[in-house]
Design a protein around this ligand. Structure first.
Ligand SMILES: NC(=O)c1ccc[n+]([C@@H]2O[C@H](COP(=O)([O-])OP(=O)(O)OC[C@H]3O[C@@H](n4cnc5c(N)ncnc54)[C@H](O)[C@@H]3O)[C@@H](O)[C@H]2O)c1
Length: 389
Protein backbone atom coordinates (compact mmCIF):
# COMPACT_ATOMS: atom_id res chain seq x y z
CA UNK A 1 0.00 0.00 0.00
CA UNK A 2 1.38 3.36 -0.98
CA UNK A 3 1.61 5.78 1.94
CA UNK A 4 1.28 9.51 1.65
CA UNK A 5 3.08 11.86 3.92
CA UNK A 6 2.83 15.59 4.08
CA UNK A 7 6.13 17.28 3.38
CA UNK A 8 5.75 19.46 6.41
CA UNK A 9 5.08 16.67 8.88
CA UNK A 10 8.62 15.31 8.94
CA UNK A 11 10.61 16.26 12.02
CA UNK A 12 13.32 18.79 11.62
CA UNK A 13 16.37 16.66 12.38
CA UNK A 14 18.90 17.26 9.71
CA UNK A 15 21.88 15.18 8.88
CA UNK A 16 25.23 16.81 8.62
CA UNK A 17 26.01 18.10 5.19
CA UNK A 18 29.22 17.35 3.44
CA UNK A 19 31.66 15.15 5.31
CA UNK A 20 35.28 15.34 4.48
CA UNK A 21 36.94 12.58 2.53
CA UNK A 22 35.70 12.57 -1.04
CA UNK A 23 35.44 15.63 -3.21
CA UNK A 24 32.37 15.97 -5.39
CA UNK A 25 32.88 15.02 -9.02
CA UNK A 26 30.57 14.71 -12.00
CA UNK A 27 30.97 12.02 -14.62
CA UNK A 28 28.83 11.62 -17.71
CA UNK A 29 28.29 7.98 -18.47
CA UNK A 30 27.90 6.84 -22.07
CA UNK A 31 26.05 3.86 -20.58
CA UNK A 32 23.35 6.22 -19.45
CA UNK A 33 23.18 8.46 -22.49
CA UNK A 34 25.64 10.90 -20.95
CA UNK A 35 23.47 11.28 -17.88
CA UNK A 36 25.49 13.15 -15.23
CA UNK A 37 26.33 11.28 -12.05
CA UNK A 38 27.36 13.60 -9.23
CA UNK A 39 29.24 11.68 -6.57
CA UNK A 40 31.20 12.40 -3.43
CA UNK A 41 30.54 13.83 0.03
CA UNK A 42 28.04 16.63 -0.29
CA UNK A 43 27.08 15.79 -3.89
CA UNK A 44 23.43 16.08 -2.96
CA UNK A 45 23.80 19.71 -1.97
CA UNK A 46 23.45 20.67 -5.64
CA UNK A 47 20.07 18.91 -6.06
CA UNK A 48 18.02 22.08 -5.35
CA UNK A 49 19.93 24.00 -8.05
CA UNK A 50 19.29 21.25 -10.59
CA UNK A 51 15.59 21.16 -9.76
CA UNK A 52 15.44 24.91 -10.09
CA UNK A 53 16.91 24.61 -13.59
CA UNK A 54 14.29 22.03 -14.51
CA UNK A 55 11.62 24.44 -13.37
CA UNK A 56 8.96 21.82 -12.50
CA UNK A 57 5.38 22.67 -11.57
CA UNK A 58 5.65 20.12 -8.76
CA UNK A 59 8.37 18.00 -7.21
CA UNK A 60 7.42 14.53 -6.00
CA UNK A 61 9.62 12.71 -3.54
CA UNK A 62 9.22 8.94 -3.83
CA UNK A 63 10.81 6.93 -1.04
CA UNK A 64 10.17 4.05 1.35
CA UNK A 65 9.13 4.46 5.01
CA UNK A 66 12.49 3.32 6.38
CA UNK A 67 14.59 5.68 4.28
CA UNK A 68 12.11 8.49 4.79
CA UNK A 69 12.19 8.05 8.59
CA UNK A 70 15.97 8.24 8.48
CA UNK A 71 16.50 10.98 5.94
CA UNK A 72 13.18 12.48 4.88
CA UNK A 73 13.56 15.51 7.14
CA UNK A 74 17.04 16.12 5.81
CA UNK A 75 15.94 16.02 2.18
CA UNK A 76 12.91 18.18 2.73
CA UNK A 77 15.05 20.66 4.63
CA UNK A 78 17.51 20.68 1.73
CA UNK A 79 14.76 21.43 -0.78
CA UNK A 80 12.59 23.64 1.39
CA UNK A 81 13.98 27.02 0.38
CA UNK A 82 12.71 26.48 -3.19
CA UNK A 83 10.26 23.57 -3.19
CA UNK A 84 7.62 21.88 -1.07
CA UNK A 85 7.82 18.34 -2.37
CA UNK A 86 4.83 16.01 -2.33
CA UNK A 87 5.98 12.87 -0.55
CA UNK A 88 4.76 9.44 -1.66
CA UNK A 89 6.08 6.37 0.13
CA UNK A 90 6.08 2.89 -1.35
CA UNK A 91 6.49 -0.19 0.85
CA UNK A 92 10.07 -1.22 1.46
CA UNK A 93 11.90 -4.33 0.32
CA UNK A 94 12.31 -6.69 -2.59
CA UNK A 95 8.92 -8.37 -2.07
CA UNK A 96 7.26 -5.03 -2.67
CA UNK A 97 8.91 -4.43 -6.03
CA UNK A 98 5.73 -5.42 -7.79
CA UNK A 99 3.15 -4.27 -10.29
CA UNK A 100 0.42 -3.54 -7.74
CA UNK A 101 2.68 -1.06 -5.94
CA UNK A 102 3.73 0.49 -9.24
CA UNK A 103 0.07 0.92 -10.13
CA UNK A 104 -0.76 2.46 -6.76
CA UNK A 105 2.20 4.77 -7.03
CA UNK A 106 1.12 5.97 -10.50
CA UNK A 107 -2.43 6.43 -9.26
CA UNK A 108 -1.25 8.45 -6.30
CA UNK A 109 0.99 10.62 -8.45
CA UNK A 110 -1.96 11.41 -10.72
CA UNK A 111 -4.26 12.04 -7.74
CA UNK A 112 -1.77 14.49 -6.37
CA UNK A 113 -1.55 16.43 -9.58
CA UNK A 114 1.46 15.09 -11.47
CA UNK A 115 1.70 16.71 -14.90
CA UNK A 116 4.08 16.52 -17.82
CA UNK A 117 6.05 19.33 -16.16
CA UNK A 118 6.51 17.57 -12.83
CA UNK A 119 9.75 16.00 -11.63
CA UNK A 120 10.05 12.88 -9.51
CA UNK A 121 12.95 12.48 -7.12
CA UNK A 122 13.44 8.79 -6.32
CA UNK A 123 15.09 8.61 -2.93
CA UNK A 124 16.08 5.21 -1.59
CA UNK A 125 17.68 1.88 -2.42
CA UNK A 126 17.45 -0.04 -5.68
CA UNK A 127 13.81 -0.96 -5.13
CA UNK A 128 12.64 2.65 -4.81
CA UNK A 129 14.78 3.66 -7.79
CA UNK A 130 13.50 0.82 -10.00
CA UNK A 131 9.80 1.29 -9.10
CA UNK A 132 9.89 5.09 -8.98
CA UNK A 133 11.90 5.21 -12.21
CA UNK A 134 9.37 2.99 -13.94
CA UNK A 135 6.43 5.08 -12.69
CA UNK A 136 8.09 8.25 -13.98
CA UNK A 137 8.78 6.59 -17.32
CA UNK A 138 5.16 5.47 -17.78
CA UNK A 139 3.29 8.57 -16.66
CA UNK A 140 2.37 10.56 -19.78
CA UNK A 141 4.85 8.28 -21.59
CA UNK A 142 7.64 9.61 -19.45
CA UNK A 143 8.19 12.58 -17.17
CA UNK A 144 11.51 13.77 -15.81
CA UNK A 145 13.04 12.02 -12.83
CA UNK A 146 16.17 12.18 -10.71
CA UNK A 147 17.73 9.26 -8.85
CA UNK A 148 19.07 9.80 -5.34
CA UNK A 149 20.32 6.38 -4.26
CA UNK A 150 20.83 5.82 -0.53
CA UNK A 151 22.51 2.41 -0.61
CA UNK A 152 25.99 1.61 -1.82
CA UNK A 153 24.41 -0.99 -4.11
CA UNK A 154 22.16 1.56 -5.75
CA UNK A 155 24.93 4.16 -5.97
CA UNK A 156 27.51 1.87 -7.48
CA UNK A 157 25.25 -0.21 -9.67
CA UNK A 158 21.61 0.78 -10.19
CA UNK A 159 22.29 4.33 -11.34
CA UNK A 160 24.88 3.28 -13.88
CA UNK A 161 22.18 1.71 -16.01
CA UNK A 162 18.98 2.92 -17.57
CA UNK A 163 16.92 0.01 -16.33
CA UNK A 164 13.68 0.57 -14.45
CA UNK A 165 11.37 -2.27 -13.58
CA UNK A 166 9.38 -4.51 -11.26
CA UNK A 167 9.26 -8.24 -10.56
CA UNK A 168 6.38 -10.07 -12.20
CA UNK A 169 4.98 -13.57 -12.79
CA UNK A 170 7.53 -15.32 -10.57
CA UNK A 171 10.53 -13.61 -12.12
CA UNK A 172 12.88 -10.74 -11.34
CA UNK A 173 12.51 -7.52 -13.36
CA UNK A 174 10.22 -9.19 -15.88
CA UNK A 175 8.41 -5.95 -16.55
CA UNK A 176 10.59 -3.00 -17.20
CA UNK A 177 12.04 -0.53 -19.62
CA UNK A 178 15.12 1.46 -20.43
CA UNK A 179 14.70 5.05 -19.39
CA UNK A 180 17.20 7.71 -18.40
CA UNK A 181 17.03 9.92 -15.32
CA UNK A 182 17.93 13.57 -15.72
CA UNK A 183 20.75 13.05 -13.23
CA UNK A 184 21.84 10.89 -10.31
CA UNK A 185 23.44 11.93 -7.02
CA UNK A 186 25.61 9.40 -5.20
CA UNK A 187 26.36 10.85 -1.79
CA UNK A 188 28.20 8.59 0.67
CA UNK A 189 26.63 10.30 3.70
CA UNK A 190 23.98 7.57 3.69
CA UNK A 191 26.36 4.65 4.27
CA UNK A 192 26.47 5.31 8.02
CA UNK A 193 23.06 3.77 8.57
CA UNK A 194 23.30 0.89 6.13
CA UNK A 195 23.42 -2.58 7.66
CA UNK A 196 26.83 -4.27 7.33
CA UNK A 197 25.11 -7.19 5.61
CA UNK A 198 23.71 -4.85 3.01
CA UNK A 199 27.13 -3.25 2.48
CA UNK A 200 28.78 -6.65 2.11
CA UNK A 201 26.25 -7.59 -0.55
CA UNK A 202 27.27 -4.46 -2.48
CA UNK A 203 30.88 -5.64 -2.49
CA UNK A 204 29.76 -8.56 -4.63
CA UNK A 205 28.84 -6.44 -7.66
CA UNK A 206 32.21 -4.73 -7.35
CA UNK A 207 34.01 -8.10 -7.35
CA UNK A 208 31.86 -9.26 -10.26
CA UNK A 209 33.01 -6.34 -12.39
CA UNK A 210 36.64 -6.90 -11.32
CA UNK A 211 36.34 -10.51 -12.54
CA UNK A 212 34.79 -9.36 -15.82
CA UNK A 213 37.39 -6.68 -16.50
CA UNK A 214 40.48 -8.38 -15.04
CA UNK A 215 43.85 -6.63 -15.21
CA UNK A 216 44.26 -3.63 -12.94
CA UNK A 217 40.63 -3.86 -11.82
CA UNK A 218 41.13 -7.39 -10.51
CA UNK A 219 44.41 -6.44 -8.82
CA UNK A 220 42.79 -3.40 -7.22
CA UNK A 221 39.96 -5.55 -5.89
CA UNK A 222 42.37 -8.10 -4.37
CA UNK A 223 44.34 -5.25 -2.79
CA UNK A 224 41.13 -3.64 -1.50
CA UNK A 225 40.35 -6.70 0.59
CA UNK A 226 43.94 -7.46 1.55
CA UNK A 227 44.25 -3.98 3.07
CA UNK A 228 41.71 -5.03 5.75
CA UNK A 229 38.31 -3.80 6.96
CA UNK A 230 36.42 -3.72 3.70
CA UNK A 231 33.54 -1.80 5.30
CA UNK A 232 35.55 1.11 6.74
CA UNK A 233 33.84 4.38 5.68
CA UNK A 234 36.89 5.74 3.87
CA UNK A 235 37.26 2.50 1.98
CA UNK A 236 33.62 2.45 0.94
CA UNK A 237 34.13 5.85 -0.62
CA UNK A 238 37.05 4.40 -2.57
CA UNK A 239 34.86 1.51 -3.57
CA UNK A 240 32.22 3.83 -5.00
CA UNK A 241 34.84 5.43 -7.22
CA UNK A 242 36.32 2.08 -8.29
CA UNK A 243 32.84 0.76 -9.07
CA UNK A 244 32.00 3.75 -11.23
CA UNK A 245 35.34 3.41 -13.03
CA UNK A 246 34.55 -0.22 -13.77
CA UNK A 247 31.10 0.58 -15.09
CA UNK A 248 32.40 3.37 -17.27
CA UNK A 249 35.01 1.07 -18.76
CA UNK A 250 32.29 -1.40 -19.74
CA UNK A 251 30.14 1.46 -21.01
CA UNK A 252 32.89 2.48 -23.40
CA UNK A 253 32.72 -0.98 -24.95
CA UNK A 254 28.93 -1.13 -25.24
CA UNK A 255 26.94 2.00 -24.35
CA UNK A 256 23.59 0.35 -25.07
CA UNK A 257 24.26 -2.66 -22.84
CA UNK A 258 22.73 -4.96 -25.44
CA UNK A 259 25.90 -6.56 -26.76
CA UNK A 260 29.07 -6.94 -24.72
CA UNK A 261 27.46 -4.98 -21.86
CA UNK A 262 25.31 -8.02 -21.14
CA UNK A 263 28.32 -9.40 -19.28
CA UNK A 264 27.25 -7.20 -16.38
CA UNK A 265 24.64 -9.91 -15.81
CA UNK A 266 27.37 -12.39 -14.86
CA UNK A 267 26.08 -14.51 -11.96
CA UNK A 268 22.58 -13.11 -12.37
CA UNK A 269 20.94 -16.15 -13.97
CA UNK A 270 21.13 -18.36 -10.89
CA UNK A 271 21.38 -15.21 -8.75
CA UNK A 272 17.98 -13.90 -9.81
CA UNK A 273 16.45 -17.34 -9.28
CA UNK A 274 17.81 -17.57 -5.73
CA UNK A 275 16.88 -13.98 -4.91
CA UNK A 276 13.37 -14.47 -6.17
CA UNK A 277 12.80 -17.83 -4.48
CA UNK A 278 14.16 -16.56 -1.16
CA UNK A 279 11.36 -13.97 -0.99
CA UNK A 280 13.63 -11.31 0.41
CA UNK A 281 15.76 -13.52 2.67
CA UNK A 282 18.74 -13.40 0.31
CA UNK A 283 19.81 -9.96 -0.87
CA UNK A 284 20.47 -9.22 -4.54
CA UNK A 285 24.25 -9.06 -4.07
CA UNK A 286 24.32 -12.23 -1.97
CA UNK A 287 22.33 -14.04 -4.65
CA UNK A 288 24.71 -12.84 -7.38
CA UNK A 289 27.61 -14.13 -5.25
CA UNK A 290 26.11 -17.64 -5.38
CA UNK A 291 25.28 -17.17 -9.04
CA UNK A 292 28.91 -16.37 -9.87
CA UNK A 293 30.19 -19.37 -7.94
CA UNK A 294 27.80 -21.62 -9.85
CA UNK A 295 28.61 -20.00 -13.21
CA UNK A 296 32.34 -20.28 -12.45
CA UNK A 297 32.14 -23.96 -11.67
CA UNK A 298 29.86 -24.57 -14.63
CA UNK A 299 32.39 -23.00 -17.00
CA UNK A 300 35.12 -24.98 -15.27
CA UNK A 301 33.47 -28.39 -15.73
CA UNK A 302 32.53 -27.50 -19.31
CA UNK A 303 36.25 -26.97 -19.99
CA UNK A 304 35.86 -23.23 -20.67
CA UNK A 305 37.33 -21.76 -17.45
CA UNK A 306 40.67 -23.46 -16.68
CA UNK A 307 41.45 -24.44 -13.07
CA UNK A 308 44.02 -21.68 -12.48
CA UNK A 309 41.61 -18.94 -13.63
CA UNK A 310 38.67 -20.46 -11.79
CA UNK A 311 40.77 -20.48 -8.60
CA UNK A 312 41.53 -16.78 -9.02
CA UNK A 313 37.81 -16.06 -9.12
CA UNK A 314 37.27 -18.21 -6.03
CA UNK A 315 40.09 -16.49 -4.16
CA UNK A 316 38.53 -13.05 -4.73
CA UNK A 317 35.00 -14.17 -3.82
CA UNK A 318 36.34 -15.87 -0.67
CA UNK A 319 37.53 -12.49 0.53
CA UNK A 320 33.99 -11.17 0.90
CA UNK A 321 33.08 -12.05 4.48
CA UNK A 322 29.83 -13.56 5.84
CA UNK A 323 27.68 -13.96 2.77
CA UNK A 324 24.28 -15.45 3.61
CA UNK A 325 23.91 -19.01 2.27
CA UNK A 326 21.05 -20.16 0.08
CA UNK A 327 18.20 -21.05 2.48
CA UNK A 328 17.85 -24.81 3.00
CA UNK A 329 14.20 -24.80 1.91
CA UNK A 330 15.10 -23.75 -1.65
CA UNK A 331 15.65 -26.91 -3.67
CA UNK A 332 17.85 -27.44 -6.68
CA UNK A 333 14.68 -28.29 -8.64
CA UNK A 334 13.14 -24.92 -7.77
CA UNK A 335 16.29 -23.09 -8.82
CA UNK A 336 16.37 -24.99 -12.12
CA UNK A 337 12.75 -24.13 -12.79
CA UNK A 338 13.30 -20.49 -11.99
CA UNK A 339 16.39 -20.40 -14.21
CA UNK A 340 14.31 -21.80 -17.07
CA UNK A 341 12.09 -18.77 -16.78
CA UNK A 342 15.05 -16.40 -16.77
CA UNK A 343 15.13 -13.57 -19.27
CA UNK A 344 18.15 -14.94 -21.04
CA UNK A 345 16.58 -18.33 -21.81
CA UNK A 346 16.69 -18.93 -25.55
CA UNK A 347 14.50 -21.21 -27.65
CA UNK A 348 17.25 -23.75 -27.87
CA UNK A 349 17.89 -24.04 -24.12
CA UNK A 350 19.75 -22.37 -21.31
CA UNK A 351 22.35 -19.71 -21.99
CA UNK A 352 24.79 -18.30 -19.43
CA UNK A 353 27.46 -15.66 -19.26
CA UNK A 354 30.60 -17.68 -18.55
CA UNK A 355 34.23 -16.76 -18.07
CA UNK A 356 37.18 -18.08 -20.07
CA UNK A 357 39.69 -16.32 -17.89
CA UNK A 358 39.68 -13.42 -15.44
CA UNK A 359 38.98 -10.41 -17.66
CA UNK A 360 37.75 -12.57 -20.54
CA UNK A 361 34.08 -13.44 -20.79
CA UNK A 362 33.45 -16.35 -23.13
CA UNK A 363 32.20 -15.26 -26.56
CA UNK A 364 30.58 -17.12 -29.37
CA UNK A 365 30.94 -14.83 -32.32
CA UNK A 366 29.36 -11.55 -31.24
CA UNK A 367 27.40 -13.14 -28.41
CA UNK A 368 28.51 -13.34 -24.78
CA UNK A 369 25.94 -16.03 -24.01
CA UNK A 370 27.05 -19.66 -23.95
CA UNK A 371 24.52 -22.49 -24.25
CA UNK A 372 24.62 -24.76 -21.21
CA UNK A 373 23.22 -28.30 -20.98
CA UNK A 374 20.61 -28.54 -18.25
CA UNK A 375 22.28 -31.66 -16.81
CA UNK A 376 25.54 -29.77 -16.30
CA UNK A 377 23.72 -27.00 -14.45
CA UNK A 378 21.90 -29.54 -12.31
CA UNK A 379 25.17 -31.30 -11.47
CA UNK A 380 26.84 -28.06 -10.41
CA UNK A 381 23.82 -26.93 -8.39
CA UNK A 382 23.72 -30.27 -6.54
CA UNK A 383 27.44 -30.09 -5.88
CA UNK A 384 27.15 -26.49 -4.68
CA UNK A 385 24.16 -27.29 -2.50
CA UNK A 386 26.06 -30.21 -0.87
CA UNK A 387 29.06 -27.99 -0.22
CA UNK A 388 26.84 -25.45 1.52
CA UNK A 389 25.01 -27.88 3.80
N1 LIG B 1 20.39 -1.99 -13.19
C1 LIG B 1 19.52 -1.93 -12.20
O1 LIG B 1 18.50 -1.29 -12.29
C2 LIG B 1 19.83 -2.68 -10.95
C3 LIG B 1 21.15 -3.04 -10.62
C4 LIG B 1 21.38 -3.68 -9.40
C5 LIG B 1 20.32 -3.94 -8.53
N2 LIG B 1 19.05 -3.58 -8.90
C6 LIG B 1 17.92 -3.84 -8.01
O2 LIG B 1 18.11 -3.12 -6.80
C7 LIG B 1 17.46 -3.81 -5.74
C8 LIG B 1 18.44 -3.92 -4.59
O3 LIG B 1 18.77 -2.62 -4.19
P1 LIG B 1 19.26 -2.33 -2.70
O4 LIG B 1 20.32 -3.30 -2.37
O5 LIG B 1 19.52 -0.89 -2.58
O6 LIG B 1 17.99 -2.79 -1.83
P2 LIG B 1 16.64 -2.06 -1.31
O7 LIG B 1 16.25 -0.97 -2.17
O8 LIG B 1 15.68 -3.15 -1.06
O9 LIG B 1 17.09 -1.48 0.09
C9 LIG B 1 17.46 -2.38 1.10
C10 LIG B 1 16.99 -1.92 2.46
O10 LIG B 1 17.81 -0.87 2.90
C11 LIG B 1 17.01 0.22 3.35
N3 LIG B 1 17.83 1.40 3.13
C12 LIG B 1 18.00 2.10 1.99
N4 LIG B 1 18.91 3.08 2.20
C13 LIG B 1 19.30 2.98 3.49
C14 LIG B 1 20.22 3.70 4.31
N5 LIG B 1 20.96 4.70 3.82
N6 LIG B 1 20.36 3.34 5.60
C15 LIG B 1 19.64 2.31 6.10
N7 LIG B 1 18.78 1.57 5.39
C16 LIG B 1 18.61 1.91 4.09
C17 LIG B 1 15.73 0.11 2.55
O11 LIG B 1 14.67 0.72 3.22
C18 LIG B 1 15.57 -1.41 2.47
O12 LIG B 1 14.97 -1.88 3.65
C19 LIG B 1 17.02 -5.15 -6.32
O13 LIG B 1 15.65 -5.10 -6.59
C20 LIG B 1 17.80 -5.27 -7.60
O14 LIG B 1 17.13 -6.04 -8.59
C21 LIG B 1 18.79 -2.96 -10.07
Amino acid sequence: MVRIQSATSADTNTHSSAQTGMAVETWNSPLTGNMPIHFGDGALDTLPALLQELSPDKVFLVSDPHVFDLYGAFLIHLLSSRFAPEVVLIPEGENEKKLSNLEELCEELFNRGATKSSVIVNFGGGVVLNVGGMAASLIYRGIRFVHVPTTLMAQSDVIVSNKQGVNFANGKNRLGLFSKPVAAFADPRFYNTELPRQLRASLVEYCKNAILLGGKHFETAMAYFEAGNALAPAKLRQLLRYSLEQKFEIAKLDPTERGFGLVLEYGHTVGHAVEFLSQGRVLHGEAVYHGMRVAGRLANILGIFPDAEYKKQTSLLNKIPDIQSIPADISVGQILQAVQRDNKKRDKGLAFILMQAIGQPNRRGESVLTPVPEEALQQVLLEYRDALL
